[in-house]
Design a protein around this ligand. Sequence first.
Ligand SMILES: [Zn+2]
Length: 301
Amino acid sequence: MFVPMRKILRDAEKNAYAVGYFEAFNMDALLACLDAAIETRSPIIIGFGGQFLSSPKRKEPENIYLYGALAKAAAEHSDIPVATLLNESDRIDMVYQGMKAGFGAVMYQKEPESEEDTLRITREVCKVAHYLNIDVESEVGRLPMQNIATGTADAGQNTDVAYAKKFVSETDIDALAVAIGNVHLLESSKADLDFDLLKSLHANVPVPLVLHGGTGISDEDIKKAIRLGITKMNVGTVLKRCYINALKPFYKEKEIDKIDTHVTIGWGGNDDMISAGRDAIRDKIHEFIEVFGSAGMAKHF
Ligand SMILES: [Zn+2]
């Protein structure tokens, strides 16, 4: 069932768990998220990354309406509570298109941008979104980024408590993503979280707190962060890694030119490589859901 994100976040806050936002990149990945949530009877947030969908490097521009419709239909045709999110869009037109496309929550995020502009634009986004019963997530501070493929690393900036408080009161956002040492794209090492900062944010900011960069945080630290006030966890990178790894045997162990095309793609059986990718994502999400403590929480809805 389609549920507003704020409703799931409220339940998470009340029952001391975190709901996972698992970022999909196509229909199979989206269905894998639901497979895991249904298996564990967990609420879930599904959706897509705005910056990925609108990347200028894409060969073809994506139609956001197809992605919104897919996420919405997947939520509506499921018997567990599902919220939908268009995550991290750096284009304001895409944020508004996302609302029209049926996403239940949006996140506008552009870097670099002046504080003044971010405040003004986020305030406008909130006005429109709330009129349409859509939730808004924002980030204050900036996550560092570490990409093992390119070997690049960007420094971040931890969330300032006073500014976060001011930002929330001046914009009316529904959830705040915080930077407390969590790292985007991090795979190879474990993020070093500043739990005192998290405590202080939780004490001073009146909206649910979100932790991006879920791939690079240890299970123990995730659990501790949830105890200290995190109610939403974002996971993306590792899901793509699982998908890629699941495809490896098909190229390594089989004579790829002689395999049965139908059985290998689109059949849905044991020899289907797309199914193997979907199962790998499902199993990884299943593990996260156990760590987040959201298994079984669907019964509250
Ligand atoms: Zn993120």
